[in-house]
Design a protein around this ligand. Sequence first.
Ligand code: KIV
Ligand code: ZN
Length: 389
Amino acid sequence: MSKDKVQIFDTTLRDGEQVPGCKLDAEQKLVIAERLDNLGVDIIEAGFPVSSPGDFNSVFEISKLIKNATVCGLTRAVKKDIEVAAEALKPALRPRIHTGIGTSDSHIKYKFNSNRDAIIERAVAAVSYAKTFVEDVEFYAEDAGRTNNEFLARVCEAAVAAGATVLNIPDTTGYCLPEEYGAKIRYLKENVKGIHKAVLSCHCHNDLGLATANSIAGVVNGARQIECTINGIGERAGNTSLEEVVMILRQHPNLGLDTNINSKLLYSTSQMVSQKMGMMVQPNKAIVGANAFAHSSGIHQDGVIKNRETYEIIDPADVGVNESSIILTARSGRAALAYRAKIVGYELTKIQLDTVYQEFLKYADTRKEVMDEDIHEIIALTDIAIEKV
Ligand code: KIV
Ligand code: ZN
């Protein structure tokens, strides 16, 4: 079955870089941008050019460098922002301006002290102005997650009529439930006149831990772009994690959706971004965490040693991880001990294993993890002579 492509819009260098204490310098941004291009992302949001001379410069340099992906710059619905972004994107082979405005009642009242009609006017003016510089204009309706659907459809319709090629529906505060977010996308698909001229995009934040689930609900209901970051980094609880959405679509072929991402580069890209940003990846992070393919309980280890698929739904090689690891702890069983002992050179008979296992349990109870070098010590603690093979 041929699959529909979901565009991957990476915003590691813009929304991701808004993490406090994780600012990147221009050189680091260029290296990451090049890696994202090799990874196969379709769009790189390189920055917010009007925000600082440094960000302008990074977007400009990334625009010169990138050969495959579209390079995108963020703006508010403000003329000056759009002019500066257009200037920064000038060298790009495929430039995109990303402009927009808050559309929820809360944003309209407290941020803009305005009203719905005036917000639509500003949205149209921003998209129309951006279109005078570039063909590809993405419109975002900030806080769309908490925006009334009928009003959101009116804003989107006006943005498409003004020439928007992509409609970004951000759940800015990470508030929506997956069903609700999916229904919002479906509603727009069914109620916005001219929607066939634009791609609907999911931009979900993780305040309730639902960013990935919401993005998937979005594409299942008709969106064809996901905005995400490497390791899910971003302001507050972060953005949708790129590696998660890519692997969900790949592991569920029945959804009929796929991306252009070379998944074998996911782990190394995660490590690279983590190092450059000085932000560790939580060990239990899906797909790229240190424990994502580690097994430490006896029952699981026994299964994985017999057949990896008993407890793993992803082949680690598919995401660039060398192999699953069998970690020895006090919860491990004989199968795992025999397996690791063999790796370090001991082929244990059943009787030998029984003896070594008793010694192992005493040893493991005093440690968080038993390492390969400890196995030699454990074997030496038993009275039996075991030859290394
Ligand atoms: O979360 C959000 O609403 C955003 C927009 C600026 C696109 O990041
Ligand atoms: Zn965001």
